[in-house]
Design a protein around this ligand. Structure first.
Ligand code: RP5
Length: 168
């Protein structure tokens, strides 16, 4: 059984990471979610990743803040794609976590997304796009979602738009 594995470094990351889970639920995608830290619980992180990988985790989403090494550590333990979400909230508003997560050495990729809520939401979408490579039904749902987004933007525009004569 394929599933998405979400790991966050601390309970203080949960509010933002719940945005990832919410989207996966909306699309009926199976996921696991745990708190485990590269620094505070390295053994638990290692053991969980190996076990989840063997049980069918198809992609890992790792959310961590400050000197964020969680995504990099998970990438070291698995060949499955790893998505990193830098958490904000530090003295430098997540720029530390962004650099720690994105600056992986060659050969050990982490797909690093935006800091905070946008990154958390996009982590769900990117994970689903990976799963959709071999799941036509999910690919169709993602296509419909894109169409819905475009429609909703158009409706927002309709409420405020000003167009001069000749505009299409
Ligand atoms: C990181 O340090 C966590 O991912 C969290 O974003 C940050 C702060 O953790 P707490 O001190 O709030 O537990 O490891």
């Amino acid at each position: 059984m394929k599933f998405v594995s979400i790991i966050m470094g601390s309970k203080s990351d949960y509010e933002i990471v719940s945005e990832t889970a919410k989207i996966l639920e909306e699309f009926d995608v199976k996921y696991e979610m745990i708190i485990s830290s590269a620094h505070r619980s390295p053994t638990r992180t290692h053991q969980y990743v190996q076990d989840a990988d063997a049980r069918g985790a198809a992609v890992f989403i790792c959310a961590a803040g400050m000197a964020a090494h969680l995504a990099g550590a998970v990438a070291a333990y698995s060949l499955k794609p790893v998505i990193g979400v830098p958490m904000g909230g530090s003295a430098v508003n997540g720029v530390d976590a962004l650099y720690s997560t994105v600056q992986m050495p060659a050969g050990m990729p982490v797909a690093t997304l935006a800091i905070g809520k946008a990154g958390a939401k996009n982590a769900a979408y990117l994970a689903m796009q990976i799963l959709a490579l071999s799941d036509e039904n999910l690919a169709l749902k993602l296509k419909e979602d894109r169409e819905k987004q475009a429609k909703s933007l158009e409706m927002d525009s309709k409420k405020i738009e000003v167009l001069l004569g000749g505009a299409k």
